[in-house]
Design a protein around this ligand. Structure first.
Ligand code: NDP
Length: 292
């Protein structure tokens, strides 16, 4: 039987709609407009596309969007001065520094200079620690989007075996923390894992975040398992440019119970969660009830 396709695009539209309704209430009842500042250093074309689409969607849900585009040779001191200014700007509730930064800038230093309460990407060391200890934090957008889709599809995921393939700080590790927080039994696999297919075969939930086109194969998947494909890989096939995930969609969809497509799965949820995080940051900053 073919897998259920988890429609991240439709779910993300629903999340954005809920965010927009909440933003309207904030304006009507409290005269507050959530503000998101995005900082882009240099001219990476993929980053420019992301920043543009983030800005557009921020405005669409009724928030204030501010973009700071800095030259590739911006010094660390200049960037830190801008972050300091945004940290102290009461109209800005979320700050996102688009990664990767040019090589001469220390990413950890820059991210850790953000006010943790405005760190809507959830990469600041304080937020990483809060998430790891199960405390209220800013949660990284991509894993948060994956968790929301899993909860929506399954109801409860408590007790399920989850295998996260990939251990990056921005996807794999926070994903594992979130699954653990929802009482899954979690395995984190990576490039040194022995017999990866066999490890993945034990999973009720597989999260593929490896950055390798179509690596996870259908015969690695336990029948009926849920496959969340985080990968975004641009490949060329039969002379045509194509976007594919880290799982081989066709073979996995034959065995899985449910699967996220690429495009239209995790990707749209990431931006929706960024907006949701900005709204949460704004509510917290103003001592108001947070969205659920
Ligand atoms: P990284 O390159 O930072 O991490 C990749 C991870 O995969 C590493 O932990 C690496 O292991 C592991 N890995 C690499 N090759 C293998 C292998 N052959 N077998 C097992 N594990 C392997 O990537 P990211 O976490 O940043 O991103 C992962 C994917 O998600 C990418 O395709 C990226 O484009 C996509 N992405 C999508 C987003 C979205 O919004 N949908 C947002 C962010 C990322 P090791 O640590 O041992 O090297």
């Amino acid at each position: 039987m073919a897998a259920t396709v988890i429609d991240g695009k439709a779910f993300a539209a629903k999340v954005r709609e809920q965010v927009a309704e909440h933003v309207k209430r904030l304006k009507d009842d409290h005269n507050i407009t959530p503000g998101l500042a995005v900082v882009l250093v240099g001219e990476d074309p993929a980053s420019e596309v992301y920043v543009r689409s983030k800005g557009k969607m921020t405005v669409e849900v009724g928030m204030k969007s501010v973009e700071h585009k800095l030259a590739a040779d911006t010094s660390e001191a200049e960037l830190l001065a801008l972050i300091d200014q945004l940290n102290n700007d009461p109209e800005i509730h979320g700050i996102l520094v688009q990664l990767p930064l040019p090589d001469h800038l220390d990413e950890d230093l820059v991210i850790n200079s953000l006010d943790p309460a405005k760190d809507v990407d959830g990469f600041h060391i304080s937020n990483v620690g809060l998430l790891g200890t199960g405390q209220k934090s800013m949660v990284p957008c991509t894993p948060l989007g994956c968790l929301m889709m899993l909860r929506d599809h399954h109801g409860s995921i408590s007790g399920m075996n989850a295998v996260v393939v990939g251990r990056s700080n921005i996807v794999g590790k926070p994903m594992a923390q979130l699954l653990l927080g929802d009482s899954c039994t979690v395995t984190i696999a990576h490039s040194r894992t022995k017999d990866l297919p066999e490890v993945v075969r034990g999973a009720d939930i597989v999260v593929a975040a490896v950055g390798r086109p179509e690596m996870v194969q259908g015969d690695w998947i336990k029948p009926g398992a849920t496959v969340i494909d985080v990968g975004i890989n641009r490949i060329e096939r039969d002379g045509k440019k194509k976007l594919v995930g880290d799982a081989d969609y066709e073979s996995c969809a034959e065995v899985a119970g449910a699967i996220t497509p690429v495009p239209g799965g995790v990707g749209p949820m990431t931006i929706a969660c960024l907006l949701a995080n900005t709204l949460t940051a704004c509510c917290r900053a103003n001592g108001l009830d947070e969205p659920e």
